[in-house]
Design a protein around this ligand. Structure first.
Ligand code: FES
Length: 102
């Protein structure tokens, strides 16, 4: 069953940028894009790199290691060398707190 885990205060999520948090024993990347918050796994599906160290442009996060790009809305791998999509997590905002469903 879905568990909503408290991740971070809403105002700590940077606009047009990414921040990593630990929630429910996992490492999650949170993105602020156009006033919305999106959550994905923080580890790239291609190798040992953290997306929180990458570069966010619009809805696309670029991995810092080989420049693979994912869409943060659905985790879709957008280019090589990526082969696997990224896990995404539903986000809910309540009383100024970001919750993710794990
Ligand atoms: Fe992310 Fe290679 S580790 S693209």
């Amino acid at each position: 069953s879905t568990q909503w885990i408290k991740a971070i205060a809403r105002d700590e999520v940077p606009e047009d940028d990414v921040i990593a948090v630990h929630a429910g024993g996992r490492e999650i990347a949170l993105y602020g894009v156009e006033g919305e918050v999106y959550a994905t796994a923080n580890l790239c599906t291609h190798g040992n790199a953290r997306l929180c160290d990458g570069f966010l442009e619009g809805h696309e996060i670029e991995c810092p290691l080989h420049q693979g790009r994912f869409d943060v809305r659905d985790g879709r791998a957008l280019c090589s060398p990526l082969r696997e999509n990224l896990a995404t997590y539903p986000v809910r905002i309540e009383d100024g707190v970001v919750f993710v469903a794990l």
